[in-house]
Design a protein around this ligand. Structure first.
Ligand code: FO1
Length: 318
């Protein structure tokens, strides 16, 4: 079976470890289309947090506690950079730094972002059973209009809002700069067209999945495949398990609930998976959105829970 997964940060990384286990057992192939709206330039290098996060989770080199960057990380370069007056609000670890350096060198030599991801050939894909595609090779930036204080609104990059400002300012608006001029990366549309199952990972619907759906063509192609599309709620009992979805969903007109998250994809879904704690919402979601709902444990404490969750999601498509 060919599976396409749409992915953002931590929730996606945990879920994809489970999906990968199912893929290995059942010989499925997973194409992961990753958000690049979070990408930012730091110290002249291109940082792609969601691509790196998904890669580190799947390779098992992720820092599970911190939720970003690599395990067993040191920050010697960051400390030295601080001593020399470079900005240090976006923390780059010593090992992580090499990922950004390699990518930036390849981009400077003329490679596209897709080409920097090292999806060398089909044999490699068949052996590993997963490959990552960026949503686009064109630059898209998730931007936030944040209220600094009463009446003073400042446009900033998503990372500036989330990391530098710790999601404290009130958000007025979210948009994806460059999205309307961007095109899907090579392979994205074909993968969607050929997929037996398409899974929206438990990621923030506004800033993780939103940018992917904003790339012209992708949402239309997904809608064509609606009968093959399932999603997992990133909201459990009215709150996100990680991140800032509770602050951003209302700005996009979405209720912070498993129903609100599903309604972000109301034109796309055949199935939706919610947590046991939201069991009461199941029939309401089925009626409001015309989707099949599965109820299970969605809090991915370990890979066993993530794999069971992945199986439940795929079962909704049978
Ligand atoms: N998140 C933080 O909260 N603080 C950081 O200093 C930080 C640095 C960082 C460096 C590389 C990287 O790939 C991710 C990093 N993140 C950091 C995570 C990132 O800001 C977000 O969690 C994602 O963009 C949301 O998916």
């Amino acid at each position: 079976m060919k599976i396409v997964a749409l992915a953002g940060g931590v929730g996606a990384g945990k879920f994809l470890r489970g999906l990968h286990r199912v893929a290995r057992d059942e010989r499925h192939l997973i194409t992961i289309v990753v958000n690049t709206g979070d990408d930012i330039d730091v110290w002249g290098m291109r940082i792609c947090p969601d691509i790196d996060s998904v890669t580190y989770w799947l390779e098992g080199s992720m820092d599970r506690e911190r939720g970003w960057g690599r395990a067993d990380e040191t920050f010697n370069v960051l400390e030295e950079a601080g001593r020399r007056g470079l900005p240090t609000w976006f923390a780059l670890g010593d090992r992580d730094l090499v990922t950004h350096l390699q990518r930036s060198m390849a981009l400077a030599a003329g490679a596209t972002l897709s080409e920097t991801l090292g999806n060398p050939n089909r044999t490699w894909f068949l052996r590993r059973r997963w490959r990552i595609l960026p949503m686009s090779d064109d630059r898209v930036k998730t931007m936030i209009a944040a209220e600094e204080r009463e009446g003073l609104v400042h446009d900033m990059h998503f990372q500036e809002y989330w990391v530098k400002r710790r999601a404290e300012p009130r958000v007025r608006k979210v948009w994806f700069e460059g999205a309307s001029r961007a095109g899907p990366a090579p392979g994205v549309m074909e993968a969607i067209r050929e997929a037996d199952a398409i899974v929206i990972c438990p990621s923030n619907p506004v800033v993780s999945i939103g940018p992917i759906l904003a790339v012209p063509g992708i949402r239309d192609e997904l809608r064509e495949r609606r009968d093959r599309l399932v999603g997992i709620s990133p909201i459990v009992a009215g709150a996100p398990l990680a991140g800032m979805a509770d602050k951003l969903m209302p700005v996009a007109g979405l209720e912070v609930s498993a129903l609100g998250a599903a309604s972000a994809y109301r034109d796309l879904l055949a199935g939706w998976v919610i947590d046991e704690l939201d069991r009461d919402l199941a029939s309401k979601i089925e009626e409001a959105l015309g989707v099949r709902v599965a109820v299970t444990d969605t809090v991915m404490r370990d890979d066993d829970v993530a794999a069971a969750l992945a199986r439940t999601a795929l079962t909704l498509l049978r």
